[in-house]
Design a protein around this ligand. Structure first.
Ligand code: RM4
Ligand code: MN
Ligand code: MN
Length: 399
């Protein structure tokens, strides 16, 4: 790598932050059960402490996404929680409402045919918006689990209308500083139809809601052969890309570590963003977030590994020479254009990433630094003991 290339990598890393999810630090599993870890976070305080560790060694993760029902109790004082987070060097990021856990949502929430259920769902959205305001958090990040399991069960068009009306109401409650991120997912928990099943539906709904709403791309929420970077390019071109939930997948919404299965795809996504930024001469306003469940890996280590992977892939994408690519594309030089991408992808950028870390007084190898700190062993002991004191019984059963 030459000096201008290194400079491009350093500047790309300077501009990149990645939000970690509170739920990535606690025990999660599949619907068949959970394998419990002593070091897993018990409560939101543990989650912020763990997120603080990730930020301390990577310098790249200053915010933590929260899930309202998993992280807030009715008596939680948002201000106190924010203060606790800041003690650990992090801030509260995206607020994720939860419209899928309550029994009343069996047949949907914002799309439900009963007014009373929709009213309750909107009320939860309102509380999430208020929480966002109290915490000066910019994003309300909505994953809507609504859908149906059998053909004929639901009026799909009417549900779409209910959804748009409900989200318009929510948007009216939001301040100008808040953004609603609309996530989509093809299936699960419903297996016949999902009300927001793909990016087109999320786009239509976000557009109907107005300028406060943007689309969120969760990389795991696509069918296997789908070209995600094209979706990203189109959303960028339409100024409708609000954020990402990063994870990798082999089959469906597997929530595996980013880049563990197909790093080239992540590279191509970052490439589309870089190309857009070069062409428009402006930084894309995107919330980069992780959405992973570390079911059997060490949770903090898996999060650090994800951040390091993302930084390396961002650095590789920064090596693409867009001027040259533009010329090659105009001349239909497809092999050379493709080689430009392949060269960038196969460059070992780790020395440049280490240089960036040294400049920031960060450990050269965040994963090793975290291991050497002994944090995980310490909290495993302490949390194991605390579980006994709190009477928390290990259960991970499905039925
Ligand atoms: C969903 C979706 C949401 C996440 C939940 C836990 O599949 O990805 O973003 O909050 O899982
Ligand atoms: Mn997600
Ligand atoms: Mn998901």
């Amino acid at each position: 790598m030459n000096t201008p290339e290194i400079a491009r990598v350093l500047s790309a890393l300077d501009r990149f932050t990645l939000e970690t999810p509170s739920w990535g630090y606690s025990d999660t599993g599949t619907r068949f059960g959970k394998f419990l870890q002593d070091a897993a976070a018990i409560d939101v305080y543990d989650k912020f402490a763990d997120a603080g560790q990730v930020h301390a060694v990577t310098g790249c993760c200053p915010t933590v996404a929260v899930h309202v029902l998993w992280d807030f109790q009715p008596d939680t004082r948002p201000g106190e929680l924010a203060q606790f987070a800041s003690k650990h060097g992090v801030r509260i990021g995206a607020i994720n409402p939860n419209l899928f856990q309550d029994q009343i949502y069996k047949y949907g929430s914002l799309c439900h045919q009963d007014d009373s259920v929709r009213v309750q769902a909107i009320q939860h959205m309102r509380e999430s918006v208020e929480l966002g305001k109290a915490l000066a958090s910019r994003y309300i990040s909505l994953w809507l689990a609504d859908g149906s399991n059998y053909p004929g069960q639901a009026n799909i068009r009417r549900r779409k209308q209910f959804l748009i009306e409900a989200l318009r109401e929510v948007a009216d409650l939001m301040s100008q500083k808040q953004t609603l991120l609309v996530e989509y997912k093809p299936f699960e928990p419903a297996f016949y139809h999902t009300d927001l099943a793909d990016w087109g539906m999320a786009y239509i709904v976000a557009k109907a809601v107005g300028p406060k709403a943007k689309v969120l791309v969760d990389t795991g929420h696509h069918y296997a052969a789908q070209n995600i970077e094209q979706i990203v390019a189109w959303l960028l071109a339409e100024e409708m890309l609000g954020g990402f939930h990063f994870n990798d997948r082999r089959y469906a919404d597997d929530d595996l570590t980013l880049g563990s299965i197909d790093p080239y795809q992540v590279f191509r996504i970052f490439h589309e963003i870089g190309f857009y930024e070069w062409e428009t001469q402006k930084q894309a306003d995107i919330a980069y977030m992780i959405d992973q469940s570390h079911n059997d890996k060490s949770k903090i280590e898996a999060t650090i590994q994800t951040v390091m992977t993302a930084q390396e892939l961002i650095a590789k994408a920064a090596l693409v020479d867009y001027e040259t690519l533009n010329r090659l594309q105009t001349q239909n030089q497809q092999i050379d254009a493709e080689e430009l991408l392949r060269d960038a992808f196969s460059t070992d950028v780790r020395p440049a990433v280490i240089e960036w870390r040294k400049k920031k007084n960060l450990p050269e190898n965040p994963l090793r630094a975290f291991r050497e700190s002994g944090y995980e062993q310490r909290v495993a002991q302490e949390r194991k003991q605390r579980r006994v004191e709190l009477g928390i019984k290990p259960t991970g059963s499905y039925a």
